[in-house]
Design a protein around this ligand. Structure first.
Ligand code: G1P
Length: 276
């Protein structure tokens, strides 16, 4: 059973400056809920309730969000406004929250390694909160990955087709098709130039990782941009054993970009209106 999930949240969010000068990018709201809460709810729905955060300096708003705010809650107690806290209260009742810090920005692989003591020696999910995922017709991506982990017992990554011109924003995979939506990974390149990309299948910010990833990251040299890349460590796992990529069901918004953020906001707001 997978119970743990890691959230690397130390990044600066420079694409949203000045909004993110003193506020974590993960606290930016899509309609009325911060991005990080969408990610946490997705993990919770997949049964992952021991949550670890690799936080950064000036990001206290994240631990505060998953805690009680006595003054506010006393102020609105008994009023209709309390209903607005129902989703965060549900998450707080179901999950535990642990924090560590990444005190130097050395890449996603390094961020994951910082979470080692929180995750321990068992498989765990990883959610990059920048990627907001929805699915109108079934379970969310993390639940899909957890089911696949139960079947394959190895690292599972979520992928989607992207335009060739955009492959340089992602980790890109190649492999052997096992079925319409499953691929056994044989190659994986972080942010390749379009001419060097092994395919147009991009990894999105949802993973289930087996704990051997930590030793592998420790032995992974910095890659592109001088950063320790999770992609390079997962490729080592693929070469040593097995890594499965899943073309997931649902929609994903790149909320690390202003255009993806606006698209997610419009989509989720419209869904709200449709429900009223
Ligand atoms: C990270 C990963 C990349 C992945 C992407 C998904 O990149 O390094 O492999 O495709 O997340 O969002 P970043 O967006 O942090 O540059």
């Amino acid at each position: 059973m997978i119970k743990k999930c890691l959230f690397p949240v130390a990044g600066y969010g420079t694409r949203f400056l000045p909004a993110t000068k003193s506020m974590p990018k993960e606290m930016l709201p899509i309609v009325d809920k911060p991005l990080i809460q969408y990610g946490v709810e997705e993990a919770m729905l997949a049964g992952l309730t021991d949550l670890g955060f690799v936080n950064g300096r000036n990001k206290r708003a994240i631990p505060d969000h998953f805690d009680i705010n006595y003054e506010l809650e006393a102020e609105i107690a008994g009023s209709g406004k309390e209903e607005k806290l129902s989703t965060i209260r549900e998450v707080m009742a179901a999950c535990t929250f642990s924090y560590t810090r990444q005190n130097q920005m050395q890449g996603l692989g390094h961020a994951i390694l910082c979470g080692r003591t929180l995750m321990g020696d068992q498989p765990f999910g990883v959610v990059l909160a920048d990627d907001l995922c929805i699915n109108d017709s079934g379970p969310l991506v993390m639940s899909q990955l957890v089911s696949l982990y139960k079947q394959f017992r190895c690292t599972i990554v979520a992928v989607q087709e992207v335009p060739e011109s955009e492959v340089d924003k992602y980790g890109v995979i190649a492999g052997e098709a096992l079925s319409d939506n499953l691929i056994r990974v044989t190659d994986m390149v972080e942010k390749p130039a379009p001419s060097e990309a092994p395919s147009n299948l991009a990894v999105i910010g949802r993973y289930v990782l087996t704990p051997d990833i930590f030793d592998i990251i420790e032995n992974t040299e910095p890659g592109i941009n001088g950063e320790v890349q999770l992609t390079d460590a997962i490729l080592t796992q693929a070469r040593q054993g097995c890594v499965i990529a899943c073309k997931f069901e649902g929609e994903r918004f790149d909320c690390g970009s202003v255009s993806g953020f606006v698209e997610a906001t419009n989509t989720i707001y419209q869904k709200r209106l449709d429900r009223v």
